[in-house]
Design a protein around this ligand. Structure first.
Ligand code: TYD
Length: 209
């Protein structure tokens, strides 16, 4: 049925908002499936380990883009399309836009080339609606440090890289105003952000929640 994706820098609150939306959908009688990228298939989980393992520091940017696209191709074919075909609403923690912003913009590969690659990989499966949760890069770093867990390869990139990603998400919103909704997630008011998301689902997809 509908394919809704969530985007944003680390610690922007995507997983909390996906959980809250999933609960609201179920309560309103809509079956949903939540997935996250990279991963969600046996192949995708292996690729995730390759991508995020700090031992692959210095990975070539095209190798990186191709691996994300490979994991996405498998997830789109084996999980997302079948679920949409069964009438489910699919919520995804990251999708094509992550590659447009991280690889196309921050790594400098070019948005058009990365988009082409991913349209090929997914057979052109684009989201119906995308939420970008904005957060100050400094706040993201603070929350990451507070979390205590070891950084993965992408989290370990320098501050400037993460600034480009956050800036890239703002550009993305300008590129796709009909599909991408930006929400300020930095204030820490989860229910307020959830309210904005519910309203947008109503206005843009006609979902009564
Ligand atoms: P993950 O632990 O899922 O991060 P988060 O909880 O922030 O979503 O790790 C995914 C990392 O991979 C994240 O730092 C963003 C990056 N990424 C890309 O660079 N390109 C992509 O296409 C995707 C899906 C993720």
């Amino acid at each position: 049925m509908f394919f809704i994706t969530f985007e944003g820098i680390d610690q922007s609150g995507k997983s909390t908002q996906i959980r809250l939306l999933a609960e609201a959908l179920e309560k309103a009688g809509h079956s949903q499936l939540s997935v996250r990228e990279p991963g969600g298939t046996p192949l995708g989980d292996r690729i995730r380990e390759m991508l995020l393992g700090p031992e692959h520091a210095g990975m070539d940017p095209w190798a990186e883009a191709l691996l994300y696209a490979a994991a996405r191709a498998q997830l789109a074919r084996d999980v997302i399309r079948p679920a949409l075909g069964r009438g489910l609403i699919v919520l995804s923690d990251r999708y094509i836009d992550s590659s447009l912003v991280y690889q196309g913009m921050a790594r400098g590969l070019g948005v058009d080339r990365v988009l082409d690659l991913n349209l090929g990989a997914t057979g052109g499966l684009m989201p119906d609606l995308t939420f970008v949760l904005h957060l100050d890069v400094e706040k993201s770093r603070e929350r990451l440090a507070g979390r205590g867990a070891a950084e993965d390869r992408i989290e370990g990139e320098p501050l400037e890289f993460h600034r480009q990603v956050e800036e890239g998400y703002r550009r993305l919103q300008e590129m796709y105003p009909g599909r991408v909704v930006g929400v300020d997630g930095g204030g820490g008011d989860e229910q307020a952000v959830h309210g904005i998301i519910l309203k947008a689902c109503g206005e843009r997809l006609g979902l009564e929640l």
